[in-house]
Each structure stands twice: as C-alpha cells, then as structure tokens.
Design a binder for this molecule. Structure first.
Ligand code: SD4
Length: 340
C-alpha cells in the first residue's frame, strides 16, 4: 500500500524537484519581437557598409552564404581598414597574415589562418570549404591553394601599415588597446585591431556566417586568434542560430565562445542573454585579465532576434533588414551593466 506519509514525502520531493527544474529549465522571456528575415548583422561600425553589400544578395532572394561572403569582402578591400584584409597591420616581423572562416546552413565550413599575400581570405576560406576535403588551411599551404584557385598573390603591406609598424618597433610593446575599433576611421589611430563577424538569414530562413581579420596588430609571427576557428570566432547551427566574436581571441578560444553562445540559444536564451553569459564565463575564468581586455559576442537566433554583449563599453553592431539599412546598436557590457 502507498501510505499517506510516503505519498507526502514523494509529493514534497517532486514539488522541490519541479521547482529546481523550473529554475534551471525556465525559458527566459524574450526581449524583443522577432525582426524576421532576411536580415544581416555584423560587428562594429564598418559593418554598416558590409551589411549593405550583403543586403544586395539577401533582398533579391539570394543565399545567406553568398551574402556574408560578399559583405565581408567590403572591409577586406578597404584600404583605410587596418584590422581586416589587405590593408591590415602586420605582425611584429612585418608580415601581413590574415585569418578568416565561413560556415553555411548545412554545417559546412572552411577556414584559412596566418595566410599571406592574398587580399580576400574569406573567399579562399569558402573555396577550402567547397573544393577540398578539409576545413582549415594555414600559412604557406593556404597561400599556395589560393594561387592554385586563381587568386592574385600580392604584397599586402601598405606604406601606411609599414609606417605604423616601424613606429611600433621603436618601443615594440605588445599591448592590445581596448575598443580601438571605435577609432577605425580616425586619422592617427594606430593600433587598430578588429574583426568583422557577420551573420545572415536569407529569405528561406537559412543562416550563414563569416568572420575575417588581420588579427592583433604586431602579434607574434604565426599567431592565430579566434577568428578563423570554427566554434570560437564563428559558429552557425541552422536549427538554432549563429554567433561570432571580436576582441582578444585567446580568451574566446579558451571558452569556445561562439559555440557556447549558440548552445545557450539552443537552451532557449535570447541572443543577448546568450552573449552575456559567454562574456561572464570569460570574466569568471580570468577576472584580472578581463579588466584590461575587450571581447564582444554577436548572435542571431532562428527567428531573426539578435543581440550582443561585451566585456567593456564601446562595442557596437550593425543591422540591415527591409526596414533599416544602416542601424548601429550599442552592445551592452559587463563592466557597465553588472559592474564587476
Ligand atoms: C583576434 N579576434 O585575432 C581577433 C582580433 C580582434 O579586436 O577581433 N581584435 O584575436
């Protein structure tokens, strides 16, 4: 027989279990109405122009993969942009080495890292995805592959970048500057180091992403950050959403940041909350380091809701859809909001 005493015990136990699982599994309330799709979002203010290029593809029914590739080629080609692509600042030995990766709605991905002499790493990354059995090519092998695919091999170090590098050599102090990206187009800003991460959903609801950078200015030769690493600098899961990152790549890699954000969205968190929780993970693991570095995450879910979060103030992202082509949204930050 099932005694009353036993019944009460079991009921109490199930009630507290339910309370626990409710608190663990509770889905957070959505922050905003879905903005729908097509839509494209990307990191920093230079994302506006990049988004507008991507929008040409998205607004005419094109594929998100084509949109993100076309979009990030804009900052890659921008001679004033010293953080992405051909005019990127070199490493400490004077080599311009570029990193990029791309991921589509089917989970296909391609990447190049520490690649020299090729101005559009994102397009090489796409060909690694489409034409090789591999995901990642690095260094000379990546350049060799690009040349075989018809890319022009050229000197990337611009006179302006060379001048900045020579000035840096005087002290040769390696100290990444927080949010230097804000000064992207400010004459005289020297040590720019940032990345464009772009996420798009096309009219069919398919998600793709791209991430491309010249990495940290004056980094060690051979250093690779998070940007070309699937799961760190970029991750897309077509069932859930996509995420990308910017900032000090070492801390993003350590926490497999973009994958973490997507997995948090899978659990039901809004993109902004997912980004915040990934940022908090970084801060929790390295509280002292985090005081002096910037990392920002940007994410979009399957419904087209988006959000961002960074360690420090100053992060921002650009949004482009049928309603707005030049929206710039400030990313919230842990030090500002939570006040670590
Ligand atoms: C890297 N995440 O190479 C890139 C660079 C960057 O702000 O975004 N810097 O670590």
């Amino acid at each position: 027989m099932y005694s009353r005493r036993k019944f009460l015990k079991v009921s109490a136990a199930s009630a507290s279990l339910a309370a626990i699982s409710n608190s663990i599994l509770a889905k957070p309330i959505l922050k905003s109405e879905p903005t729908g799709f097509p839509i494209v979002i990307s990191t920093w203010n230079f994302g506006i122009q990049a988004n507008q290029e991507a929008w040409k593809t998205l607004s005419t029914g094109g594929r998100a993969l084509d949109a993100v590739e076309a979009g990030v080629r804009i900052p890659e080609a921008d001679m004033k942009n010293h953080t992405v692509g051909r005019a990127g600042y070199p490493d400490r030995d004077g080599h311009v080495t570029l990193d990029a990766c791309i991921m589509d709605e089917l989970g296909n991905c391609g990447s190049v890292a520490a690649m020299e002499y090729i101005a559009h790493p994102i397009s090489v990354a796409r060909l690694v995805m489409e034409k090789t059995p591999h995901i990642m090519l690095v260094g000379e092998g990546a350049t060799q592959f690009a040349v075989e695919q018809g890319f022009k091999k050229e000197k990337l170090l611009t006179p302006e970048s060379e001048k900045a590098w020579k000035e840096w050599l005087v002290t040769a102090k390696y100290a990444p500057v927080m949010n230097i990206e804000d000064q992207q187009h400010t004459p005289g800003s020297k040590y720019n180091h940032d990345t464009i991460g772009m996420l798009a959903i096309d009219a069919k609801g398919n998600i793709s992403g791209a991430c491309t950078t010249s990495g940290m200015a004056f980094k060690m030769h051979g250093r690779v950050g998070d940007s070309p690493i699937i799961g760190a600098g970029l991750f897309v899961d077509n069932e859930v959403g996509g995420a990308t990152s910017t900032g000090v790549g070492e801390e993003v890699i350590r926490n497999v940041g973009s994958f973490l954000v997507v997995e948090l969205m899978r659990q039901g968190y809004h993109p902004e909350d997912a980004c915040r929780m990934a940022v908090e993970r970084i801060i929790k693991k390295k509280p002292e380091t985090s005081k002096n570095i910037q990392v920002g995450f940007l994410a979009i879910n399957k419904k087209g809701e988006h959000g961002a979060y960074a360690i420090q103030k100053g992060f921002e992202y650009a949004v482009c859809n049928s309603k707005t082509q030049d929206l710039l949204i400030p990313g919230k930050s842990a030090y500002e909001t939570v006040g670590y």
